[in-house]
Design a protein around this ligand. Structure first.
Ligand SMILES: Nc1ncnc2c1ncn2[C@@H]1O[C@H](COP(=O)(O)OP(=O)(O)O)[C@@H](O)[C@H]1O
Ligand SMILES: [Mg+2]
Length: 302
């Protein structure tokens, strides 16, 4: 099993008397894209700022590629590229000059590293134009190239597609997926957009009011749903679900219904058939990430 590239354990942050982050834990393996999903004000930026050492946690532990951020800051951070407050670019210089300037600040970045970063973000054709004439999406891709020039194993991106148009969002998403797939780079990407996380990420950590309320793979989360059977004897179907599959169900005017892992459906249908039940209709509604997110972050109306 791949080891963790990032491991965050029991992180908390108190600012003055207010606790903003409560006991946040998650980890990311090599080549994995983790979506950090939460509504505005839920604590995403505060958490990411702690992970890259911009602010100090009140308590908890952060390990990057096996190095504790607290004790081995330089070793830990040498593995990280990030865009936290939007890219920092000089508008009057070209994209290339911006990258050269950043590269010149660390001794081991070569021209080849810069060219490779430019090609990874697909900016070869416009790289010598002034940043001032770039679209938002192009600026964000240069920001990504900046994060990539020292060949990080972990990318940390705080709502990187905010303010991009649909085309820019699509391009950015495809680049990030390619970096994970082809370069094995791990990515921690925050977002308040459910669809974005669903389209880009392997796993999701959902944060609300400073607490992680769910850590799961997108695949597992989307494989459950509600199934409704129309049967000649729903009571008998209910007993089979209970006794053979340990699934609780309800009977109402729609028929026999239950929430379950959809992959169990063929076995259940076969058991119904073998027991002599006549199935006239099976209907299933897959849960979307949106259903789950809304049910988890749902607040009592006052
Ligand atoms: N320096 C600060 N002082 C006081 N409160 C803060 C500070 N930074 C963030 N907060 C509060 O912490 C909460 C989480 O903020 P933030 O991490 O920016 O959320 P997100 O990035 O998910 O929108 C918000 O309620 C915000 O007002
Ligand atoms: Mg934020």
């Amino acid at each position: 099993m791949a080891s963790s590239v990032l491991k965050v354990s029991n992180l908390t942050k108190r600012i003055k008397k207010t606790q903003i982050i409560h006991d946040v834990s998650f980890d990311i393996k090599e080549g994995e894209i983790l979506g950090f999903l939460g509504p505005n004000g839920s604590g995403k930026t505060t958490t990411l700022r702690m992970v890259v050492g911009l602010i100090r946690p009140t308590s908890g532990d952060i390990q990057i590629c096996g190095h504790a951020l607290k004790e081995e800051y330089i070793n830990a951070m040498s593995n990280v590229g990030c865009i936290i407050e939007g890219p920092d670019l000089y508008g009057y210089m070209s994209g290339y000059k911006n990258l050269e300037l950043l590269g010149s600040m660390s001794k081991d970045v070569t021209k080849k590293d810069i060219d490779e970063a430019v090609s990874l973000v697909g900016m070869e054709n416009r790289i010598h134009d002034k940043v001032d004439v770039y679209s938002m999406g192009m600026k964000q891709r240069i920001g990504l190239a900046q994060a990539l020039i020292h060949k990080p194993r972990l990318l940390i991106l705080d709502e990187p597609t905010n303010g991009l148009d649909p085309q820019g969002i699509h391009e950015f998403r495809e680049i990030v997926k390619k970096l994970a797939e082809e370069k094995g780079i791990s990515v921690l990407i925050s977002s308040h957009l459910i669809s974005e996380v669903q389209l880009m990420c392997d796993r999701v950590s959902i944060i609300n009011k400073g607490r992680i309320i769910k850590n799961a793979s997108i695949e597992d989360m989307l494989s459950t749903g509600e199934v409704i059977w129309t049967l000649d004897d729903p009571g008998k179907g209910q007993r089979i679900l209970e006794e053979t599959f340990e699934i609780t169900s309800t009977i109402d005017q729609r028929g026999l219904s239950a929430n379950l892992d959809i992959s169990r459906l063929p076995d259940i249908n076969k058991a119904f058939f073998d027991a002599g039940l006549r199935i006239s209709l099976v209907d299933n509604k897959k849960q979307t990430l949106e259903d789950l997110f809304l049910s988890l972050t749902h607040e009592e109306k006052i």
